[in-house]
Each structure stands twice: as C-alpha cells, then as structure tokens.
Design a protein around this ligand. Structure first.
Ligand code: COA
Length: 705
C-alpha cells in the first residue's frame, strides 16, 4: 500500500485530460496547480500533444520519463478504465478520478473494475466523482475549485464534492485557512480512515472537519477517528439524520437503533464534535483551531445587559458550561470593578453605562483569577460605548488572553456598526459572534472536547463468558430451525453469565414447597404446575405474596383443592415456587450486532412503554466504565436511578455490571445476534437488579465459533 503522504505531498502530478480550453475541468486543474505555487513537476496529458498553459503536453502517461506520484483524471467516464490501466502499469501511486458517471449513477461494474485493477498494481484511487485535492503543505491546489485557497490549519474531508467546492469559497469569506481539502466521492478505495491517518499526524492541521453521508467500514472508521481525536478536534457534519437503518424490528434495541442514533452515539463516544449545519461546523472548527484550552472547569460571563446575560446562562446550561458561582469570591473579585447597581453574581453585570475602562477592568480580573477557566464578554449596543472603541477593546483583550493562554470570546448585539465590527474582527480571528448561543456553543464545544481528552479511557471493561456452553444451547435451538431462545434457555444463559434472574423452583409436594420457598426467600409466589390447567388464575391455581411457612401450607392446600375442583381429571405435577418480585425502577438493556459498526449496547427506561418513551442511549463496544456511566446519565430517566421523590438511590453498580456482562456476551458469542433484558428491575443500593424478561435472537448466518 502506498504511503498516504504521497497524495498530499506528491513529487510530481500529471493531469489526464489537460486541455487548452479554459472552460474544461482539465484546464482548470492545471491552472490551479500552477497558480497555487506547487513546486513539484506538472505533466499535462492530452492525446493531441502540444502545450497547455505553457507546459509541454504529453500524449500519454508512458511518454513521461520521470516517476509520477499522482494523477488527476479529467476525461469522460468511458475512457477512464483504459487510462487508469496505463497509469497503474506505469507505477503511478495515486489516481484522483474527478470524472463522474460510475457507481453514483448505477455503474458499479466499471467502478469495481477500476478499483480491482488499480489495487492489483498497487495504485490507490481517490473517488471517482471528486473535485480533487488541495494541500497547503505542498502549495498544491489540484482541484477545479475557484482557486486562491487561503492556507491555514483546518483540514476538510468531504463526501460531497459540490458542498466541498462551496466550502472552499465560504472558508475564505469566514477567514478560515485550510491545511487541505479533499473530496472522497464514491470512496471506491481511499476513504476517511486513510485520510485521517495522514491528517492526524500532520503538524499543520489543527482541526479536522468532515462532511459524511454514509460510513462503509464502521470499525475502521472508529479506529481512525479515535486516533485523530486524541491529537486534535474533529468536527463532523453527518447528514441523513432522518434515515432509519435497515434493521429488523424484532427487538426494541433493533427498532430503536436507527443508523443515525448509533452514529451519533459512536461519534460522541470517540470524542467527535457533531455539527448540525455548516455554520456550526465552521464556527466550531475555527474557534477550536485558534483557542487555548480552558484553564479551569468553570467560566465567567461579563455583560452590560441583564437580558443577554440570562440568555447566555441558559445557553451555558444547554452546552454544558459550568459557571463559577462562589458568590463571596465573585463579590471580592468583581465588586471593585462593578457599579453598586450592577451585579457580581455570575453573569457579572457591569451595566449599560459600561465602556472601555469597565470592560478592561472586569476582563482583567477574570484573566487573573485562578478559579475562572474561561471568559465570555457580552455587549448590547449603547450610546456610551461605540463600536469603534468596542472593536479595540475586544481585540486587545483577546490578544492579552491569548498570550496568557486563557479562552475568551464575545457576543455583541446591535446595528450596522456592530455587524461590521463582527466581520472586521472575524477577519482577524477574534472570536466575536452576533448571537449569544453561537458564542456559547463554541466555548461549550471547547469544554466538551477538553473534558473528553482528560477523561476518556481505553481501559475497556470485559467479563468472563463461557462461550462453548452458551453456543451449545444456541446450537440446539438452531438444530430445531429456531432462531430465538425459549425462556428457560435464555435463563440458563443468564445463569452462565452471572446475571441474576428471579429464582424459581418446582415442588412436587408440600414439604418440597416449604423448602423451595426457603431457598427462594420470602415473599414468594405459588403457581400450579399442570399441563392440563392452562388458565392458572381461573382455576384458583395462583397465590401471591406468601410471607411465611404458615401461608405456604394454607396456600398449598387451597390451590390443590380448587384446582382439583376445577378439573378433577387434571394431572397435577406440583407447584412452582418463585420469588415475589418487588416493583422498582424498570430499565432496559439491549445488545446487538450492527451491520456497519459491529457490537453495540443500549441502556434506557424499560417496561412496556420503551418505544413510546424512546428514552435510550447507545454505545459501541468495547466500552470503558466511564462511558457506561455517560450512557446511563444520558437518559432522561437517570434521576429515577439517583432516587427520585425522596427514595434511596438505586443499585447503579449492579446495572453497570450487567451492561459489562451483556457487552462481553454479544462481543464473544457471535451466534447471538440480539439480546434484550426488559425489564431489568433495579433495586435500592446493595439490593442488586433482576433480569425479569430476557429475549435472545440468534444469528441467521449460523454458528461461527
Ligand atoms: N487521455 C488524455 N486526454 C484525453 C483522453 C485520454 N485518454 N481522452 C480524452 N482526452 C482529452 C480530450 O481530448 C479533451 O481535451 P481537448 O479539450 O484538448 O480536446 C479533454 O481530455 C477532456 O475531454 P472532453 O471529452 O472534452 O471531456 P470534458 O472536459 O467535457 O468532460 C469530465 C470530462 C471528466 C469533466 C466529465 O466527464 C465529468 O465527469 N464531469 C463531471 C465532473 C464532476 O462533477 N466531478 C465531481 C465533482 S464533485
């Protein structure tokens, strides 16, 4: 496999389809390569020979004597395979196929031929159906984009070419410098994971922004993205939120696990910041690329208006920013720089009369404070503090903060002068926004990413699983052409894995019933066992909540009497003695093998309303203990586990232990496709949890062990 570096830093580039005609893509690509200052060799290729943009045009790749690292293919689809063949035979390392008209319009066959031939000769293919590659490292704009790309530190990988071309223009307007931009189009060979491998290691790239529509190889993608986020922020726009995965709705986990829910969870789990739209993605990429990390967990808001301060406080809650709230210390720090009619409660309200001096003093206090990890300054336009002065104050304070490596950002609201100030300061990379939520979201993502860096753990949880014994149970079901397990089989597996299920025994006489009840522990349920009595309650064959031996004796006699009266012919085998389950918090734990991402786990609020409430969270496996807790905390019903309405907290440790066991079970027993416990009854701390109902579905493709 060729080193991916040669795609971004080729020593020579040939353009197949280079044309004299300025309207043609093959012309623009050569023009952009030359205009961007590429220092390597450039070889236009055109069957007519002659020259293109002052360079000799070669009639074909074999006419070039030197080695060619990269080729850009810009000829009609029907000629591409032959051209690819000659390039691959000639030893070209990367072929960037700009041409459209392959799998995206249904011609999978030709695309496969291109990929197979190229790879058999060691040539890697980018595309087809792409706009090309820009790399600031080699001053090379091998795209048919608008040219004049601003070099910088944000790398963009995009699956949509058109959107990528539009982003080239937009990044320039927003003063976002690019370290590279690549489109991956149909991804017949090179994919996000290959590109991430280079961009993760590249010094110049400080932030990676990706636009993704679909992921082909989930585990490869996860691995690449995980490595990337350890080193730099990765912002992803993943479209197709509404799309539901083609999953069988045989289980709740299956029907709730739409592809987007899973991708969303996996991105989060691996430190990726997911943006809803281009503006968010640009704001976050730019801010995270330029800002130092927070110096502490808590932030401060300084404002000249109460309303905007309240809005910012709400936004901080949404974006999980903790505000410093030690009232006494805040008063000590900000009292001297706040008018008596202002407020030193965070947000610090320096009031509508505040101008340069007041902002400078308050921001200075926040900068010097060890307790405050980041500052936000808000401004509503006033006649006492004009835009021209404001611009200066913001820029100076930002630079001072930058020197002292503490984050600072601004939201300013007002008329034309303010809007102009935002544009002007934006060009200087001063983080100023016209909306409070925009500003807060940037700081929120900075905090989120830095928390991820601090707390992520690769200490994955695992559990011992008796794979052979479990597979045997499953194989027996498959022998009967059954791809689901019966209740007692599922219970056997729970026993083998060590997940508690309600205890139950069959007793053939009263003495046995008493000893079974003692084994179960009171209170117990007693039910008649007879294949001739199906409707047990109708026959008087059920007694609930039996508290002691005396009640067992009474219930046994009553059940026998009424069942014999109900059906004198019935063959009575005995009674079932089962633990009388107390009701408590009903949760659901599911684990399944996702087609793209492999084993995944789900936790949420259980019971009969699972699909109505949809209060579930997903993660991919393997998983760390911290990530298990994050998954649990993500559900809206998490407070129930903490003990709502004065109840004691629930046994979280037992839930975590069961999640670990179920995760290990689905990961190690490939014969199991889907497993779900619903409800998992969670009791008070120290009292554990019980898997009341367990459903296990088997893999149709058989037993792999
Ligand atoms: N080797 C080298 N040059 C060749 C060739 C070959 N085997 N076959 C043809 N050429 C030359 C042609 O002679 C022509 O040069 P000329 O202008 O000097 O005659 C040049 O290559 C281009 O061929 P042409 O037939 O004029 O095609 P085109 O420029 O109109 O279109 C594509 C070619 C690739 C641009 C077009 O097929 C296409 O796919 N467009 C969509 C691209 C796109 O949107 N990609 C995705 C972006 S996100």
């Amino acid at each position: 496999m060729n080193d991916i570096k040669l795609l971004f830093e080729p020593r020579s580039v040939a353009v197949v389809g280079a044309s004299k005609d300025p309207k043609k893509i093959g012309h623009t690509v050569v023009k952009n390569i030359l205009a961007s200052g590429y220092k390597g060799k450039v070889y236009p290729i055109n069957p007519a020979g002659g020259d293109v943009l002052g360079l000799r045009a070669y009639t074909d790749i074999n006419a070039i004597e030197d080695d060619v690292d990269m080729v850009c293919t810009t000829i009609p689809a029907k000629f591409v395979f032959d051209s690819v063949k000659s390039c691959a035979d000639r030893g070209v390392k990367y072929n960037v196929i700009i041409t459209s008209g392959f799998s995206e319009i249904g011609d999978i066959e030709t695309e496969r031929k291109i990929t197979d031939y190229s790879l058999s000769r060691g040539m890697r293919v980018v595309g087809p159906n792409v706009f090309g590659v820009y790399s600031a490292e080699s001053h090379m704009d091998a795209t048919f984009g608008p040219g004049n790309i601003l070099p910088g530190s944000v790398a963009i990988i995009t699956q949509s070419g058109a959107l990528g071309l539009a982003m080239i223009g937009k990044t320039k307007v927003e003063n976002i410098g690019l370290s590279s931009i690549v489109s991956i189009g149909n991804k017949c060979d090179v994919d996000e994971a290959d590109l991430l491998a280079y961009l993760t290691e590249q010094e110049r790239t400080k932030v990676i922004l990706m636009y993704i529509e679909g992921i082909k190889d989930g585990p490869r993608f996860i691995d690449a993205v995980k490595k990337a986020t350890r080193k730099k922020p990765v912002v992803v726009i993943k479209s197709g939120r509404s799309e539901r995965g083609a999953v069988a709705a045989a289980s709740h986990t299956g029907s709730l696990a739409g592809s987007d829910e899973i991708i969303d969870a996996i991105l989060k789990q691996n430190g990726v910041i997911r943006a809803e739209n281009i503006q968010e993605a640009f704001n976050w990429s730019k801010y995270l690329g330029n800002s130092p990390p927070p110096t502490g967990d808590q932030a401060v808001i300084i404002t000249n208006g109460g309303g905007i301060g309240v809005m910012a406080t709400d936004a901080c809650e949404k974006y999980e920013i903790e505000l410093y709230d030690d009232g006494k210390k805040l008063k000590e720090m900000f009292g001297p720089v706040t008018p008596s009619f202002g407020s030193t409660k965070n947000p610090i309200d320096i009031t509508g009369g505040a101008a340069s001096a007041e902002y400078n003093s308050a921001l200075g206090v926040a900068l010097d404070s060890k307790e405050i990890g980041a500052s936000m300054a808000l401004y509503c336009e006033t006649s006492t503090f004009l835009a021209a002065d404001l611009e200066k104050v913001l820029e100076e304070n930002y630079n001072t903060y930058l020197q002292r490596r503490k984050p600072l950002l601004f939201a300013i609201v007002g008329g034309e002068d303010i809007e102009n100030a935002i544009v002007k300061l934006g060009r200087k990379n001063v983080p100023v926004y016209g909306d409070v939520y925009e500003a807060v979201s940037c700081l929120g993502k900075l905090y989120w990413y830095n928390r991820y860096l601090r707390y992520h753990s690769e200490l994955y949880e695992d559990a011992q699983i008796p794979v052979a014994a479990i597979t045997e149970i499953c194989k027996n079901a498959i022998k009967q052409d059954r791809y689901f397990l019966l209740a007692h089989e599922a219970q056997q597996i729970m026993d083998l894995v060590g997940i508690p299920v309600p205890k139950s025994f069959v007793a053939r006489n009263l003495d046995e019933a008493i000893s079974c009840a003692e084994k179960c522990g009171y209170p117990v349920v007693m039910k008649i066992v007879s294949k001739d009595i199906i409707h047990k309650s109708d026959a008087g064959g059920v007694a609930l909540n039996l508290e002691d031996k005396g009640e067992i004796i009474d219930a046994y006699q009553a059940i026998m009497q009424s069942c014999r009266a109900y059906n004198p012919e019935a063959n009575i085998e005995g009674v079932e003695i089962a633990e009388m389950l107390k009701k408590d918090v009903e949760t659901i734990i599911g684990a399944r093998r996702d087609n793209t991402f492999g084993p995944i786990i789900m936790f949420g609020l259980g019971g009969i309303y699972v699909e109505v409430m949809k209060d579930v969270a997903f993660r991919s496996l393997p998983i760390s203990r911290r990530e298990i807790m994050n998954m649990i905390k993500e559900t809206r019903s998490y407070p129930l586990l903490l003990g709502a309405r004065g109840e004691d907290p629930k046994d979280m440790d037992s839930v975590v232990a069961i999640i670990i066991k179920l995760g290990a079970l689905i990961s190690k027993c490939t014969v199991i496709a889907d497993i779900e416990i619903n409800p998992l009854m969670v009791y008070e701390q120290g009292e554990g949890s019980k898997a009341v109902d367990v459903r296990i579905l088997l893999a149709k493709d058989g037993v792999k062990q």
